[in-house]
Design a protein around this ligand. Structure first.
Ligand SMILES: [Zn+2]
Length: 167
């Protein structure tokens, strides 16, 4: 059970942080593969696959073996996934960043009464500075009940904390 949840978590984070295409490439690396082979299996250009592999490599999710073709003198790269422990470090870092962003948003929402016009939401001091009229849309700022937003942030933070325990 724990292993399946971990694998699902890794997939979700890669898709959320990078993209579904990154996840597709990552998933193909259950065995070591050349970038050209990944490209032909996914039916996309090799340059796209290389860009994606470089992104995955920057996040320490994949590694490669480089070898020189003796005839052509060109290098070929065989890519593989890094061990799960390494991948979970990336997942953990991503979730920690997400949690701190949510905490920041929560503190902002709780910092005082919020006001809204037709184009945005601002805290009391900003609304007061422009005498409760939005300089962008000329609407009056009305008091805004953000308790739903606060509830949403609190429950999202609880979810992220629970996921962090898997890493
Ligand atoms: Zn406005």
């Amino acid at each position: 059970m724990g292993r399946i949840r971990k694998k699902t978590l890794i997939k979700n984070v890669i898709a959320e942080d990078m993209s579904k295409d990154h996840l597709a490439v990552y998933e193909m690396l259950d065995a070591p593969k050349h970038d050209e082979d990944i490209a032909s299996e996914l039916n996309v250009k090799a340059t796209i696959v290389r860009t994606i592999l470089n992104d995955l490599h920057k996040n320490s999710l994949v590694e490669y073996d480089r070898s020189k073709n003796k005839k052509t003198g060109w290098y070929t790269y065989k890519w593989k996934r890094r061990e799960e422990e390494k991948v979970l470090e990336y997942v953990k870092e991503y979730l920690e960043q997400k949690l701190s962003k949510l905490t920041e948003n929560l503190n902002y929402e709780k910092s005082g009464t919020m006001f809204s016009c037709s184009c945005r939401k601002v805290p009391f001091d900003i609304a007061m500075e422009s005498e409760f009229v939005c300089p962008k849309c000329n609407d009056r700022y009305e008091e805004f009940d953000n308790s739903d937003e606060i509830d949403r942030l609190v429950s999202e933070m609880a979810e992220v904390k629970e996921l962090l325990e898997l890493t």
